[in-house]
Design a protein around this ligand. Structure first.
Ligand SMILES: NC(=O)C1=CN([C@@H]2O[C@H](COP(=O)(O)OP(=O)(O)OC[C@H]3O[C@@H](n4cnc5c(N)ncnc54)[C@H](OP(=O)(O)O)[C@@H]3O)[C@@H](O)[C@H]2O)C=CC1
Ligand SMILES: O=C1Nc2ccccc2C1=O
Length: 299
């Protein structure tokens, strides 16, 4: 059955990231979340390592949206390829219990392993065993759905070997200037019925170097489509992601921009336009902002 994930996720990472300062409440984030929820956002993307659980708790309390109208994603902080930093919790199930306690929630809609960098020597369990903890969280009703993030094909293959419940989602860095975080990951995930979520979907707008001919050609084309449909560049790029069968996870400090995110149901790009964005985007230099030590070897 297809997942009923609301089509635009609002992230509490990146601009809002405050790991290490969890006890100080960032009122700007609480206000931004409340405004986003009030203008129609129903999908929040959080993670243990963002340190933003208390802001999420306060915003949910203030916005008073019925729980069954919301989609809340959280992630277990597995760490990076240095294996030097990770969740303080004993395992992903315990980490989720703590997130739920902090956010005053009974369950999350989606719980992800934030990365595949998990090994027995450092974590006390393998990545396959980590998946077992997510399956347990699901059977306890603490996570309605389970998935992964930043997983490459070989990481997914390990999970698929042992999974009683398959990952529903692989959340990866994805935009027109980075169409495969790791080789073949989008096609492999989609072929295996694993929904891709795209974080940093708008990177071409704020990271594209306009002095480069291919970037300018790309941005000019996006802008031309925007004029055709009376939409902003942001709306055109989010629509392109959605028409690729991918769920965009974005964020903003500005309510006006959040309203824009939500007004993309009233137009549709032609298949040839989707193709042209794909093609012009792949001519531009790769823009990769996250997991660089791990994955920049593919650029
Ligand atoms: N699983 C993972 O490893 C990762 C997950 N994530 C998740 O994804 C979420 C979104 O990631 P993020 O990279 O921020 O997503 P986006 O690429 O959508 O970037 C959002 C940012 O872009 C700015 N922006 C939007 N439109 C424009 C524009 N036209 N010109 C200039 N700037 C613009 C916004 O700024 P403004 O505030 O001014 O509107 C906002 O800060 C995170 O919060 C997190 O939840 C992110 C990274 C890694
Ligand atoms: O939002 C995020 N910001 C990050 C920075 C480094 C690694 C992961 C992330 C996120 O998930």
């Amino acid at each position: 059955m297809a997942l009923a994930i609301p089509q635009i996720g609002f992230g509490t990472g990146t601009a809002w990231y405050k790991y290490g300062r969890e006890t100080e409440i960032d009122q700007r984030l609480v206000d931004a979340l409340v405004s986003a929820l009030q203008v129609g956002i129903t999908h929040l993307d959080g993670a243990e390592c963002y340190g933003t659980a208390l802001e999420t708790r306060d915003a949910l309390k203030k916005a008073k949206i019925p729980r069954n109208k919301l989609w809340i994603t959280e992630k277990y902080y597995a760490g990076d390829s240095s294996y030097k930093t990770r969740s303080k919790a004993a395992n992903p199930l315990e980490a989720l219990k703590e997130i739920l306690r902090l956010e005053k929630l009974e369950y999350v809609d989606l719980y992800l392993l934030h990365s595949p960098f998990i090994k027995k020597e450092t974590h006390g369990f393998t990545v396959k065993e980590a998946w077992g903890y997510l399956e347990e969280a699901r059977s306890l009703g603490l996570a309605k759905n389970i998935g992964v993030s930043n997983f490459a094909v070989s990481d997914l293959e390990k999970i698929l070997e042992v999974a009683k419940v398959k990952p529903e989602v692989n959340q990866i860095e994805y935009n027109a200037f980075l169409q495969d975080q790791t080789p073949g990951i989008v096609e492999f995930s989609q072929k295996n019925g694993i929904l891709i979520e795209a974080y940093s979907p708008l990177a071409p707008l704020y990271k594209g170097d306009k002095s480069i001919k291919e970037v300018k050609e790309f941005l000019d084309y996006v802008n031309e489509l925007g004029k055709k449909y009376s939409k902003s560049d942001t709306q055109v790029l989010l629509k392109w992601v959605l028409q690729k069968g991918i769920i965009p996870i974005t964020t903003s400090t500005k309510t006006e921009r959040v309203k824009e995110f939500l007004k993309i149901d009233d137009f549709k790009l032609e298949p040839s336009e989707v193709e042209e964005i794909t093609s012009l985007g792949s001519n531009a230099p790769i823009v990769r902002q996250y997991w660089i030590p791990e994955y920049s070897k593919f650029d």
